[in-house]
Design a protein around this ligand. Structure first.
Ligand SMILES: [Zn+2]
Length: 117
C-alpha cells in the first residue's frame, strides 16, 4: 500500500477503507489445522494406511493454545469466517498506517507553516 502524505488524499484513502470495515458474517480469529488419525481397529481402512482426516481450530487464550473440533459439514463456513477475520485484520492495519501518516503529515505541515524545513 502506498501512503500519501497529502491530507486530502489520505482522508480519501482512509474513508474508502473505513467503509469496508463492516461484516455480515461471523468472524473467527483462529487457524484451521488438518489432522490425520489412526483408530487402530483392524477392520478399518486406517489400518491399511488410509488415515482418518479431521479438522480442528487452534486459537490462543492468554498465551495458551486451545483447540476445538470442527464438524466436516461446518468446514467451508469456518474457512470463510477465518478469511473474514484476515480481511478485517489487514484492513485495520492499513487504517492504522494511514492514520499514523495523517498524524505525521499534520506535524510536518505545522513545521512548514513555522518556516522550518
Ligand atoms: Zn480407523
Amino acid at each position: 500500500m502506498r501512503v500519501s502524505l497529502h491530507p486530502t488524499l489520505l482522508r480519501r484513502q482512509l474513508d474508502s477503507r473505513l467503509k469496508k470495515l463492516t461484516t455480515s458474517q461471523p468472524v473467527l480469529a483462529a487457524s484451521l489445522v488438518r489432522i490425520t488419525k489412526f483408530c487402530g481397529r483392524r477392520s478399518c481402512r486406517c489400518y491399511r494406511g488410509e488415515k482418518h482426516v479431521a479438522y480442528h481450530l487452534s486459537y490462543k487464550v492468554r498465551q495458551k493454545t486451545q483447540t476445538v473440533y470442527v464438524p466436516v459439514d461446518l468446514l467451508e463456513e469456518v474457512r470463510s469466517w477465518i478469511d473474514e477475520h484476515r480481511r478485517l485484520k489487514r484492513l485495520l492495519q492499513e487504517i492504522s498506517q494511514l492514520t499514523l501518516a495523517l498524524v505525521r503529515g499534520h506535524a510536518q505541515a505545522r513545521q512548514r507553516r513555522r518556516g522550518r524545513p
